[in-house]
Ligand binder design. Structure first.
Ligand code: FPP
Length: 238
């Protein structure tokens, strides 16, 4: 996977969009439409994830966040969970090997305790080795927005705080190293946020598309970014 700055930034020329987040929905339906098992949809979804991340880098977006596995996804059938974990392991393993080619900083959002020791070890290695890069890819894995806020509050209590500010909470979230998302895109046709970046999206713009995740291509991403650039963000002001 390559995520380097190139010259194709026209669509985001003034860098209005610095952080984009994706709810990658629709893999299962994509596969079903083709008479294939849901797992095949995840394989194609993982391939497209890499193309999307590369394109976002090409158009000058500094931070990309993806919702890869939620705290609720453990409730899926055991074999689907196992397949997703395998895909994630394979991807992380290849990202460690391709680190210098891609020049991406990887950060995982979510509690790592529930994950296998092998996966955890690889994730931590990737985070450590990629720290020096500035283009950031946040991968939400075993992530839930409510769980994240509770985790932040408990960290603050452990530090002895009896009263907290918004800044305290922001700086104890898994995303503490990233700016808030400017734009959250959900594929797959549903209009909900499914426990994703609840705190951080307070002033994010949203974009919902019927396109199933494996089909989201660079042309549509450019159109989404163009649409975002026409919006007037007021952040509660006039
Ligand atoms: C939702 O589609 C998608 C997921 C729960 C997993 C997202 C995972 C990937 C795109 C692949 C792995 C990612 C990486 C980072 C290597 P769904 O299964 O809910 O689709 P449906 O709504 O059509 O059933």
């Amino acid at each position: 996977m390559i995520f380097k700055k190139k010259s194709k930034v026209a669509v985001n020329a003034d860098k209005k969009l610095s952080h984009i987040a994706f709810i990658m929905d629709g893999n299962g339906r994509w596969a079903k439409k083709r008479g294939m098992p849901r797992e095949y949809g995840h394989v194609k979804g993982a391939e497209n994830f890499q193309r999307v991340v590369r394109h976002c880098g090409d158009i000058g977006i500094n931070t990309v966040t993806v919702y890869a596995f939620s705290t609720e996804n453990w409730n899926r059938p055991e074999n689907e969970v196992a397949q997703l974990m395998k895909l994630l392991y394979q991807y992380i393993d290849s990202a460690v090997r391709e680190l210098e080619k891609n020049e991406i900083r990887f950060i995982f959002l979510g509690g790592k305790e529930k994950l296998s020791p092998e996966l955890r070890e690889r994730m931590e290695e990737l985070e450590r080795l990629s720290e020096k890069y500035s283009l950031t890819l946040n991968i939400a894995l075993n992530y839930g927005g409510r769980d994240e806020i509770v985790h932040a509050c408990n960290s603050l209590i452990k530090e002895g705080k009896t009263e907290v500010t918004e800044q305290d909470i922001s700086s104890h979230l898994y995303t503490k190293q990233s700016p808030d998302p400017d734009l959250v895109v959900r594929t797959g046709g549903d209009f909900r946020i499914s426990n994703f970046l609840l705190w951080q999206s307070a002033y994010a713009e949203y974009y919902f598309t019927k396109t199933l995740w494996p089909d989201l291509d660079s042309k549509e991403i450019d159109a989404i970014v163009e649409n975002f650039c026409t919006r007037h963000r007021r952040f509660g002001g006039l």
